[in-house]
Ligand binder design. Structure first.
Ligand SMILES: [Zn+2]
Ligand SMILES: [Zn+2]
Length: 58
């Protein structure tokens, strides 16, 4: 394994194309990295932090 798998935090699909995807730390706990694919950003799909259970995008 030379490349780390990147999974969208909203749809849990593996990101094959990172273009348009967003990656940021959880705004609540700052411990977990949230990844959202382009599609989920466009439809403003909800994400959930695996560390603290915080749900966004709010
Ligand atoms: Zn997604
Ligand atoms: Zn969190």
């Amino acid at each position: 394994m030379d490349e780390k798998q990147i999974i969208c935090s909203s749809c849990h699909k593996r990101l094959t194309n990172k273009q348009g995807a967003a990656k940021f730390m959880c705004p609540n706990c700052g411990k977990a990295e949230i990844i959202r694919c382009k599609h989920c950003r466009e439809i403003a799909a909800e994400y959930k932090c695996p560390e603290c259970g915080f749900t966004g995008p709010n």
